[in-house]
Every structure is written in C-alpha cells, then in structure tokens.
Design a protein around this ligand. Structure first.
Ligand code: NAG
Ligand code: NAG
Ligand code: NAG
Ligand code: NAG
Length: 420
C-alpha cells in the first residue's frame, strides 16, 4: 500500500490543504485577485474603509432558526426519533401552500438552504412563493448528532453510510412531515447526497413512491465512475480506507469540532478570506464558478459548513466511484454473510416510479453527464433532464450560487407547479 499517497489524501481531508492544485486554479489566481478588487470597488459603500470589510457579518453566529426569524419568516424546529435511536432535527418555514421537503448533501445540513440569504437561499425563495418548506437533517450531521442508545464518542454510533439514511432516516422524515401536515404527498427537492438517499428509499421501499408528488434532483449522485472531482483519488483506497480511518480512531469527518470552528473563525471570517480559502475548497471538490460566488453571504455559508458525516459514508462513495455501480456497501469477504452474494446488491432504480426531474450542471465535478445519463436511462418516470443555463454551473452552485433565483427557481417552480 502506498502509504505516502494515502497520508496525502488524509491531510487533504483533515487540514483542507491545497493538495494537488490544478493548473486551471493557478491560471485563475490573477482573476481571483482582480475579481476581489472588482467586488470591493463596486458593491461596497465608498466611504467604508478596508478594515470595515473585515468586520464579521452579524449573521455569522446566528443558527438556522435565528436566521429565518431575523428575516421575518416563521420558523419551527422538530426532533424525531428513528427506529434505531437517532434523533433527527427537521426545520420548517410554515405556510398554507404545498409541502416541499429539502434535503442536503454530504457533510452539509439544512442550513444550506438558508445561509445564502433571502435572495438566494432556496428555502427562502420557496417560502416567498407560499410553499410550506421543510428541511431535513440526516444522522450524524451537527443537527442530528444524537442517539438514545449510543453516544457520538462511540464507534458504533458512526456505523452507517447513506444506505441507512435512505432506508431509515428519509422514510422517517417523510412520514413525520406528512403526519404533521395531514397531507398524503410532498414535493421532494434533494441536493447531491440528498438525491442519492432518495433513490435508495424509493428503490428499496417502493411504497414511498406514493408519498412523493414530484422529486427534483439538484445534481444527481448515483453512478459516479466518471466524476472529475479530486475525490476520485481516494477511490482506489476504498478497501483499506475504512480500516485505516478506524485504526486512527476517526469515525466522523468534518463535523463542527473546535478545530473546524477555529479554522472557520480564522480563514472564513471575512469575505476576502472566505473567498480565498474556503470557497476555493468547495470549488476544488465540486467545480469552479467564480462568477456565481455569493460574496454577500460567504462568511455566513462557511460558518454553517461543513456539518459533518461518518467516515463510512465517504468510503461508500469511494466504492461507487471505483466500481461504477450504484450499489450497497461493499463489506468485502463479509458480503456473502450479509447479502448472500459475493458482490453487494445494486439499488433497483427501475422501481422509482415517482416522477423525477434531474438538474445537471456542465461545470459539476461530482456529477458527470455520462453517469447522469446512465441513471436517467434507468428511471421509469423521468419527467425532465434539465441542463442549467450557465456553462460553469458547479456542484455547490445548486445551493450556494448568487443567481439561484434566476437560474434554478423558475425551472423548479414550473416543474413542481404541475404536480401540486
Ligand atoms: C460618504 O460620506 C460623505 C461625507 O460624510 C457623505 O456626504 C456621502 O453621502 C457618503 N456616501 C455614501 C455612499 O454613503
Ligand atoms: C438556535 O438558538 C435558539 C436560541 O436563540 C435556540 O432556542 C434554538 O434551539 C437554536 N436552534 C438550533 C438548531 O441550534
Ligand atoms: C456495522 O453494521 C454492519 C451492518 O449493519 C454490521 O454487520 C457490523 O457488524 C457493524 N459493525 C460494528 C463495528 O458495529
Ligand atoms: C465561465 O468561466 C469562464 C472562465 O472562467 C469565463 O470566461 C466565463 O465568462 C464564465 N461564464 C459564465 C456564464 O459565467
């Protein structure tokens, strides 16, 4: 095993370093600087001094409900219990309109739909249109880091991948929302892993298709062998990866630990710093799109991201990248005992009968067109495969971009309005 390369990968994940800086990145350094100056020159009161710019945004330290209330929307917090003891937090901006359930991606949380602000946060935009907006949180992230049987300090707590989110957390949240609202169907909008777990739920528990009026995938993540993201470099280590994480005592990744918070408070606390350090990390993972940077809310975004996940989740994604299949966790020699076959079973996506629309970004490094088409060709009720009208649209643009209101919202509304 090439230990040095492996350690490099670990360092990338833990120190957020500039591992393998791409040539495109270097070429763009000048553009970053000139853009930053452009932003400073144009959108800031000329009477402000540069030192005023380094003041923290007053929203930085507000939690999700405080942010919702600050902008004069009603906010509700709920906690539900899964059958295996996880306590999941669900947030809501209540209204009389149709129910929309928003589900976040890997190492993300419900906060993603709020932190880009009232002009770009998807939850705010949908609330402005009268929708009853609900936001879920999968087990293990900062809002759902609790279990009545095991503590997060115990290894057992982290023994889950997105598979368990798809077959346990998501059904529990969908049932909870339908129960609270008295409706029999909801509109589901997922980003990234929020789409993966939907496909898992509706393929393994097909009765849930009846509870979904329409599903919109903001970047579809299922088949992954063609991704451009540097995450593909971890794939060859998938067999050893979990064992090594565990031998280092690492069960959890990128949660709101004091180290991550110190990083956020040091490197993401002013707009220029947040752009230079933190935004570049997500560019690096999900694709570059400088023009869509939401400067006004960058520090707020990075005070809520990353929100944590299990190490096993990352390893399961690495398995999908390496195998090219969308299938259950690969336990190696234990597969036979667990599944009755030497290879893990694939998710039967042909059973997803709920109407599904897929949004695709040309600049999305985590969702490549070959992989997306492989999925959409198998979906029996695909209603639309929509390419976002921006040549650089990246993975994280689906939640954090400046122009969500013009590039995503109109299409999203036109699709979901047909199903309410
Ligand atoms: C800048 O300050 C001057 C003098 O204090 C004031 O007249 C002007 O309106 C200010 N400009 C802005 C854009 O606030
Ligand atoms: C947010 O802060 C308020 C106190 O201002 C608290 O009541 C609420 O539980 C907090 N919510 C979360 C999700 O941390
Ligand atoms: C983790 O879960 C799997 C399957 O759910 C089980 O086979 C395995 O024994 C568990 N491992 C630990 C360390 O609890
Ligand atoms: C896409 O990126 C390229 C290179 O960074 C830039 O020249 C172009 O203007 C961008 N396009 C849009 C629509 O922002």
């Amino acid at each position: 095993m090439k230990k040095t390369k492996f350690i490099g990968v670990l360092i990338f994940f833990f120190i957020y370093g500039q591992y393998d800086v791409s040539s495109k990145d270097i070429l763009n350094t000048f553009r970053i600087n000139s853009m930053l100056h452009g932003v400073l020159d144009n959108s800031i009161n000329p009477n402000d001094t540069v030192s005023d710019l380094s003041l923290q945004n007053p929203d930085d330290f507000l939690n999700i409900t405080e942010l919702i209330k600050k902008y004069n929307y009603p906010a509700e917090e709920y906690t539900l219990l899964t059958k295996d003891g996880y306590k999941l937090k669900v947030f809501r901006i209540p209204a009389d309109g149709p129910v929309v359930f928003l589900m976040h991606g890997l190492i993300c949380s419900s906060d993603d739909f709020i932190t880009p602000g009232v002009k770009a946060g998807l939850a705010f935009l949908l609330a402005q249109k009268g929708y009853d907006v609900w936001m879920g949180n999968a087990r293990g992230n900062k809002h759902s880091r609790d279990n009545i049987y095991v503590k997060p300090s115990e290894k057992e707590f982290w023994n889950f991948s997105f598979h368990e989110m798809g077959i346990i957390d998501l059904p529990a949240m969908v049932d909870f929302v339908l129960d609270k609202t008295g409706k029999d169907k909801l509109i589901y909008v997922g980003h990234s892993q929020g789409t993966t777990i939907f496909y898992i739920m509706c393929s393994l528990l097909p009765e849930y298709n009846e509870k979904i009026s329409v599903m919109v995938s903001l970047s579809a993540v299922a088949f992954m062998s063609h991704i451009r993201s540097p995450l593909r470099y971890i794939a060859p280590f998938n067999e050893e990866l979990l064992a090594i994480f565990y031998s280092l005592g690492v069960y959890e990744l990128l949660s709101e630990t004091p180290t991550i918070q110190a990083f956020q408070n040091t490197f993401c606390n002013t707009n220029p710093r947040a752009f230079t350090f933190c935004e570049k990390i997500i560019f690096f993972l999900g694709g570059f799109n400088y023009e869509q940077t939401n400067f006004e809310h960058l520090t707020v975004v990075f005070h809520h991201f990353p929100a944590g996940s299990s190490a096993k989740q990352l390893v399961h994604f690495a398995q999908l990248i390496l195998s090219g299949y969308f299938r259950q966790y690969d336990y190696g020699p234990k597969n036979y005992e667990k599944y009755g076959s030497i290879i893990p079973p694939s998710y039967p996506v042909g059973k997803i009968t709920a109407p599904v629309a897929v949004f695709y970004g040309i600049g999305d490094w985590l969702s490549e067109s070959v992989d997306v088409k492989k999925l959409t060709s198998k979906l029996p009720n695909l209603i639309e495969l929509y390419t976002v009208e921006n040549e650089n649209w990246s993975h994280f643009d689906f939640v954090y971009a400046r122009d969500i209101k013009t590039l995503i919202l109109p299409k999203l509304l036109s699709l979901i309005e047909k199903y309410v």
